[in-house]
Design a protein around this ligand. Structure first.
Ligand code: DQA
Length: 144
């Protein structure tokens, strides 16, 4: 089994980007955290990040065709991208929508998600620690 961890715009700047909101873990450290979770659990984990919506759409198509479960932090696209939603709707395995911050405690525009109603599960507010938890949940889900 392979878990694809997809990150949208600005998430490559983790560590320097608004550390009071997103913490001080760098994007490289986040990748290492996810890969370590994969090794601990015996599943392949691939982590990607893009600032380009079309690239994200293509990765979701790839995951749909391969039946890979996806952990998706779509960043700002969460709140307005019908294109990312339409691509995520085609997934053929589980989708975990993830946010580092608790979006519900933040500005009202972050309370809207175009993903939550098509996701298997939603995680928000656990910091980067949410990623290995999501990977663990997918890896240990009965039936896998
Ligand atoms: C985010 C929350 C979004 O509102 C924001 O646009 C992001 C990151 C989070 O991980 O908390 O880029 O998805």
């Amino acid at each position: 089994m392979k878990v694809l961890v997809l990150n949208g715009p600005n998430l490559g700047r983790l560590g320097t980007r608004e550390p009071s909101v997103y913490g001080s873990t760098s994007y490289a450290d986040l990748v290492a955290l996810c890969e370590q979770a994969g090794r601990d659990l015996g599943v392949e984990v691939e982590v990607r990040q893009t600032d380009h919506e079309g690239e994200m759409v293509g990765w979701l198509h790839e995951a749909a065709d391969a039946s890979w479960p996806v952990v998706l932090n779509a960043g700002a696209w969460t709140h307005y991208s019908i294109a990312v939603r339409d691509a995520a709707s085609q997934l053929t395995a589980d989708l975990v929508e993830l946010h580092i911050s608790n979006v519900h405690k933040r500005e009202p525009f972050r309370h809207t998600s175009y993903l939550s109603d098509i996701a298997t599960a939603v995680m928000a507010g656990l910091g980067v620690a949410g990623y290995p938890l999501a990977i663990r949940w997918l890896a240990e889900k009965p039936g896998r």
